[in-house]
Write a protein that binds this ligand. Structure first.
Ligand code: M6P
Ligand code: ZN
Length: 187
């Protein structure tokens, strides 16, 4: 039997950085077609801001093993819609996931394949259980970076397909200084 080595790392709780992790950067240009207000998207694309960064420690895609990653989701809006992560189902759809809020303010939008949506507010210390089969997207509703940890099965995989095509059934928008969920006209 070959045993893997245990690993302990300290997440920088101010910046979300995991030392030694693989870093992924998603700019607004990587989110083409994701936001409802296309005019506002084209306007902000001139600046092409970083929307989020992921620091991931991933294992081989084998069942039983676990990956973990922090995400630093920057504050901002495209039109009325708050900045978000792409969002995905798992390729192995029955794989669950755990999120843990570290810093900032936001929430998670989840939905079943039939489009039943749920919104869970998140702040430092919030644990969110993502059940099997639910798509999940995080949203920054605050004015500082929203940072959280995710722990997910190593063989879960990311299925972006239908979300990239028509999004979630709800949009998370600002309305009169409040966070509101409204129907997605493209759904
Ligand atoms: C979390 C985890 C990752 C995911 C990342 C960004 O850290 O769920 O698996 O990649 O968020 O989300 P997305 O892949 O939807 O852009
Ligand atoms: Zn996931």
């Amino acid at each position: 039997m070959e045993y893997k080595n245990p690993l302990g790392v300290d997440i920088d709780l101010e910046t979300g950085v995991i030392p030694g992790a693989k870093k992924l950067v998603r700019r607004l240009s990587d989110l083409k077609g994701y936001f409802a207000d296309e005019k506002a998207y084209e306007e902000l694309l001139k600046e092409n801001p970083v929307v989020y960064e992921v620091y991931a420690v991933e294992q081989e895609e084998k069942d039983g093993d676990l990956n973990f990653a922090t995400t630093v989701l920057y504050p901002g809006k495209v039109g009325r819609e708050f900045f978000f992560t792409k969002g995905h189902y798992h390729s192995k759809a029955d794989r669950a996931e755990i999120y843990y809020g570290i810093k900032g303010k936001g929430g998670m939008l989840l939905q079943t394949p039939e489009g039943r949506a749920e919104w869970i507010e998140m702040g430092p210390g919030t644990v969110v259980y993502v059940p099997p089969y639910w798509a999940h997207r995080t949203v920054n509703t605050g004015d500082e970076p929203f940072i959280f940890l995710a722990v997910y099965p190593a063989d879960a995989g990311h299925d972006y397909g239908s979300i990239a095509e028509k999004g979630f059934s709800k949009l998370v928008v600002e309305e009169g200084g409040e966070v509101k969920l409204v129907d997605n006209p493209r759904w």
